[in-house]
Design a binder for this molecule. Structure first.
Ligand SMILES: Nc1ncnc2c1ncn2[C@@H]1O[C@H](COP(=O)(O)OP(=O)(O)OP(=O)(O)O)[C@@H](O)[C@H]1O
Length: 858
């Protein structure tokens, strides 16, 4: 054990000192902190309580484990699930860190043993369930002198505002008294303003610092599809290779009921997928087998109810499918957050039907009926945001992020969602415009509330404003002002009004209430709706397809700049002119500024690298079985890929592998080194290739690369090192060819050099595209389709076109940006471009999709 430094005796500096960085490298293998991690660690080590709201898979464990490792004292970790606790303990023990747990299954004698370990200061982490804490006052008082911190994982469970309320979490505040003095660190990925305030209040940490990271999980691509037949929907996503049929990597499929779980499992078994199920109707042993088989890659897919939510800690889940409309946006964010915790590209796909949305609404209305108004509205809001996510034609990512932070300051980037992709590949601006509906909204709200008294569904109110004869009788019985409302909306069709009612419900102006002792729901106007009705504020909604139909002439003109929700900059994005302001350099150009690359690997050496990777994966899996842990506990996929690239011959050359702790490197490194040495002897592969020596970029180029999303960086790294074709690159990255080409187009826009020959992009093609842009589309490069239509079929495809257009944008600049003549001006223009990459302004596929800060309410 380390020496114990009493809590108050040391003040930790703003930048992590060397000993902290050494511990980070030693225990976690990380060379840097992610933003806010050190701030959080520092604050709790200086004795302050913290509520940390960090994206799923961001690295909360570092925050609550590092303090005890540095100070050599004891942290109690409260964790909601036994499976999570077991996973954490396995990971810590492999690092030779003393950690233990007490759960309902711990015997009295085991508890006494643990207490002895604590009092002899030979344990760093004690994991407890909140249920255990409820009845353990005497035990906790006895160990109090040894505890310096309490970490509360999944802290949103404290709050009734949240999606996963656990009453036992509310008892945790007593730990402050029982263990006094003690620091609290509460961590969660899902806390809105209300939830955050409630957590602090309920845990008695009113003075806690609240620290938030960006919640955007940009490595998860978001897609939504209409559900059809299960067999078609699910099997249509399958891929086949030597590992059999799978969804492109470890996959979780969430279903709403265990019946659907079983049906999906049977469907996939018949399709040849290695799959198992997980739901509340199974025995704990059967559930635990599914969990273990999934962690150990014996099965590729788990079909589960949401019971499989927080408990899964597998870093390389590539796909999360929701088969059926999810109920609320907060649980949904947690569930899709199971994907891509290793930072790799991942997908979230939802299949839904309208009937499922209606059923969910009815369930929520039923379950919240007994709650107070504020909780009821919040619960309904979580459902409304989910519905908006499913049905929006705009960016889905923004829809999620704005639920947690209405002032969200993150700007979604490329590889974002199906809607952004759709909007990229268009020939005119098809962004849905905002529509002013103040008069119509006031009319229908008035009718719902005053004509029908909140006792009917929406149909009667719609018929009333449309002046339908079946509701005429009603007109005679209402005050005069309401008589006039009869028929005011007859110019709009029924679907138009239905969409408006839905929009008002989504805005929170209309509330749905379940019919008592019956089926269906009735509508009333919420307090917020009444406030708006009585005010003078205008109401803008994002027009639906039906609402647009009525506005044919307006529709043609809605490509006017400025109209169009989140999308930036109207319909035009014109190349500056015909003179290059700077030259974009290919890797084959021997122009100064691009350093020569190390010789590119031959196809044979690439083949060898892949073979070695497979051998190393096998070794890892063998070690995991022997140790009864999951393969990722031994080494992550990324670590294996790095080792296969280095081909180490000694412990020294394995030292540069990142995110691999010292203890793991020491213990498992020799097995991998031995395999590499044998393989190199047979194949003649060169050994000890320092991965860094393959980075031939200038410092300035590296800086630009750092500003791009991590998935783009990974694609670029492989492209740079291998110079292989886009199709091969896609296979290697396990991505679609269009995705890797989009990544490369971002690099081109950032001025980073590419292997253009490998991508089959000639100078002639670049010039031909430039000519057409100048002559036929008025230098407007916003819509790729319009450019594509200038060429005969088959001349160029979208993948090449998006790269070429971005090269041209880099070389010629964009109207409205400064055009520099001298060096200083050029640099200014360059700086501006760098900002563009951070906060992209393009809405076509020639750059990451753009989001207008103002429109996002940023
Ligand atoms: N500073 C860092 N540098 C590199 N990788 C990091 C860093 N911090 C954490 N990670 C990696 O991030 C991944 C997720 O970490 P961790 O399990 O702590 O996430 P989490 O926030 O608890 O996730 P969840 O919300 O899903 O429970 C791990 O693979 C971890 O190694």
């Amino acid at each position: 054990m380390h020496r114990v430094i009493p809590l108050s005796k040391r003040s930790w500096p703003e930048s992590p000192p060397v000993e902290v960085m050494d511990a980070m490298k030693k225990y976690f293998g990380h060379s840097t902190f992610r933003p806010r991690q050190w701030e959080i660690v520092r604050e709790v080590m200086n004795g302050g309580d913290v509520l940390a709201i960090m994206a799923t898979g961001y690295g909360k464990s570092v925050c609550y484990q590092l303090p005890s490792l540095l100070r050599g004292d004891l942290t109690i970790v409260i964790s909601p699930l036994l499976s999570l606790i077991e996973d954490q303990l396995k990971g810590l023990r492999l690092n030779k860190i003393r950690a233990t747990c007490i759960t309902g299954n711990t015997s009295q004698s085991e508890r006494e043993g643990i207490e002895r370990e604590i009092t002899s200061r030979s344990v760093h982490f004690l994991y407890l369930t909140p249920e255990f804490v409820q009845n353990a006052d005497f035990f906790l008082k006895r160990i109090a002198p040894y505890v310096s911190m309490v970490a509360i994982d999944e802290a949103h469970c404290v709050s009734q505002w949240g999606h996963d309320f656990r009453s036992s979490y509310r008892q945790l505040a007593k730990l402050k008294q029982l263990l006094h003095p003690v620091t609290f660190l509460a961590v969660t990925a899902t806390a809105t303003r209300n939830v955050a305030d409630d957590i602090k209040e309920s845990l008695g940490m009113r003075n806690a610092k609240e620290m938030r990271t960006n919640l955007n999980r940009e490595n998860i691509f978001l897609e939504v599809k209409r559900g059809t037949r299960m067999i078609d929907d699910l099997t249509g996503l399958l891929k086949e290779d030597k590992k059999g049929r799978h969804f492109g990597g470890p996959t979780i499929i969430y279903c709403q009921t265990k019946e659907v779980v079983n049906e999906a499992k049977e469907t996939l078994i018949r399709a040849g997928v290695r799959v198992a199920s997980y739901h509340g109707g199974m025995t704990p042993t059967a559930r635990s087998k599914t969990h273990d088989d999934f962690l150990s890659d014996r099965i590729s897919t788990v079909v589960a109810t949401i019971a499989f939510g927080m408990g899964i800690d597998k870093p390389d889940v590539r796909v999360v499918i929701h088969y059926g409309a999810p109920k609320n946006i907060e649980s949904f964010y947690q569930e899709i957050g199971r994907a891509g915790r290793d930072g790799g590209d991942s997908r979230s796909i939802v299949y839904f039907t309208d009937a499922q949305i209606t059923r969910n609404r009815s369930l929520v209305a039923g379950s919240v009926a007994s709650l107070s108004e504020e909780y009821r509205l919040h619960s309904q809001q979580m459902g409304v945001h989910m519905e908006m996510y499913l049905t929006t034609l705009k960016c889905r990512r923004r829809e999620i992020l704005s639920h947690f932070d209405s002032l969200c300051s993150s700007s979604p980037k490329g590889g974002c969602c199906d809607n952004c992709d759709r909007l990229m590949l268009r020939s005119v601006n098809e962004e849905t415009p905002d529509l002013e509906v103040s008069a119509e909204a006031r009319a229908i709200l008035n009718v719902i509330q005053r004509v029908y008294g909140g006792r009917f569904g929406g149909q009667k109110a719609i018929d009333y404003v449309r002046g339908m004869s079946k509701e005429e009788e009603r007109k005679r019985r209402v005050p005069n002002d309401l008589k006039e409302t009869f028929g005011v909306g007859k110019k709009r069709n029924e679907l138009w009004w239905k969409d408006l009612v839905k929009q008002l419900r989504m805005k929170g102006f209309i509330q749905e209430n379940k019919v008592q002792n019956g089926f269906g729901m009735v509508l009333s106007v919420s307090g917020e709706g009444v406030r708006w009705m009585n005010g003078k504020e205008k109401l803008l909604v994002s027009a639906t397809a039906v609402q647009l139909k009525k506005r044919g002439s307006e529709r043609a003109s809605h490509s006017t700049p400025g109209v169009g929700g989140a999308w930036n900059g109207g319909s035009e994005k014109r190349l500056l002119g015909v003179t290059r302001i700077r030259e974009w350099k290919s890797l084959s150009d021997s122009t100064p500024g691009v350093l020569p690359l190390a010789p590119l690997p031959t196809p044979q050496s690439m083949q060898h690298r892949l073979q070695l990777q497979e051998i190393l994966f096998e070794i890892r899996n063998g070690l995991a079985t022997k140790r009864d842990v999951a393969p990722f506990h031994i080494a992550s996929n990324k670590v294996i890929e790095e080792i296969a690239a280095i081909v180490p011959s000694s412990v020294d050359s394995i030292a540069s592998v990142s995110d691999w702790s010292e203890e793991r490197r020491r213990e498992f490194g020799p097995d991998f080194i031995e395999a590499c040495t044998k393989f190199a002897a047979v194949t003649g592969m060169s050994m000890d290739t320092d991965k860094k020596s393959q980075w031939m970029l200038t410092d300035e180029q590296k800086k630009k690369l750092d500003q791009l999303p991590p998935t783009t960086v990974s694609t670029y790294r492989v492209h740079l090192q291998t110079g292989i074709k886009a199709s091969e690159l896609a296979t290697m990255r396990n991505l679609a060819e269009s995705t890797v080409c989009t990544h490369l187009s971002y690099c081109a826009l950032a001025g980073l050099p590419l292997h253009l020959e490998a991508l089959n992009i000639s100078r002639d093609l670049r010039e031909a595209v430039h000519e057409e842009i100048k002559n036929k589309v008025g230098r407007n490069i916003r819509y790729l389709k319009a450019i594509m239509e200038c060429f005969p079929e088959g001349f160029v495809d979208y993948n090449k076109l998006k790269i070429v257009v971005n090269i041209l944008e880099y070389e010629y600049g964009i109207e409205g940006e400064e055009r520099g003549e001298g060096k200083g001006e050029m640099e200014k223009s360059q700086e501006k471009r760098e900002r563009t990459i951070e906060l992209p302004t393009s809405s076509t596929s020639n750059g990451p999709p753009a989001f207008k800060k103002k429109k996002m309410g940023l």
